[in-house]
Design a protein around this ligand. Structure first.
Ligand code: AR6
Length: 168
């Protein structure tokens, strides 16, 4: 199992699934969510309308449509309220539930954006520690997954993940 960083736009990645940092309605928004819906085309929104939304920390899968990625796993990260509202557990659940869904579908590669660290305001370093820890732990028991990519769009995230992935 390989964990690696990719600096750039998640919508360009040729992987079995990219993860979307969505909102509860799953009906699109700004940030990475907007970029994924634009790149996938309107059929993605049509499929999302059939899913009945998604709770914070949970995950649902769709096809990738016009994306190079075969699937999109939609998860809803927690809004940061200062750290005492179960944000860490909910963020860990986003990563874990997305990975479990990928395994159930026997996917080999998955790419995550830095969930909750944009509009939802989660501190980037703290979020990255959770992301890397959950993925490292999951990697030990993974069966189909061979590669987990951390898609880092901003320079700060790139340097945080570079450091975390260098530490073993
Ligand atoms: N590829 C990879 N990462 C990206 C891209 C991209 N194309 N575009 C932005 N990012 P955000 P959230 C990074 O705000 O905080 C939406 O409106 C960005 O730099 O997209 O979970 C939803 O509908 C940041 O590090 O997601 C929800 O309402 C990270 O993606 C809400 O925002 C997450 O930023 C979710 O907020």
């Amino acid at each position: 199992m390989k964990l690696r960083l990719d600096a750039g736009d998640i919508t360009q990645l040729y992987v079995d699934a990219i993860v979307n940092a969505a909102k509860k309605s799953l009906l699109g928004g700004g940030g990475v969510d907007g970029a994924i819906h634009r790149a996938a085309g309107s059929e993605l929104l049509e499929e999302c309308k059939t899913l009945g939304g998604c709770e914070t920390g949970e995950a649902k899968i769709t096809k990738g449509y016009d994306l190079p990625a075969k699937h999109v796993i939609h998860t809803v990260g927690p809004v940061w309220h200062g750290g005492n509202e179960n944000e860490a557990e909910l963020l860990a659940s986003c990563y874990l539930n997305s990975l479990e869904l990928a395994e159930q579908q026997q996917l080999r590669s998955i790419a995550f954006p830095c969930i909750s660290t944009g509009v939802y305001g989660y501190p980037k370093q703290q979020a990255a520690v959770i992301a890397v820890n959950v993925c490292r732990m999951f990697a030990n028991s993974a069966e189909s997954l061979r590669e987990i990519i951390f898609s880092c769009y901003d320079d700060e995230s790139v340097s945080i993940y570079r450091q975390l992935l260098a530490d073993s």
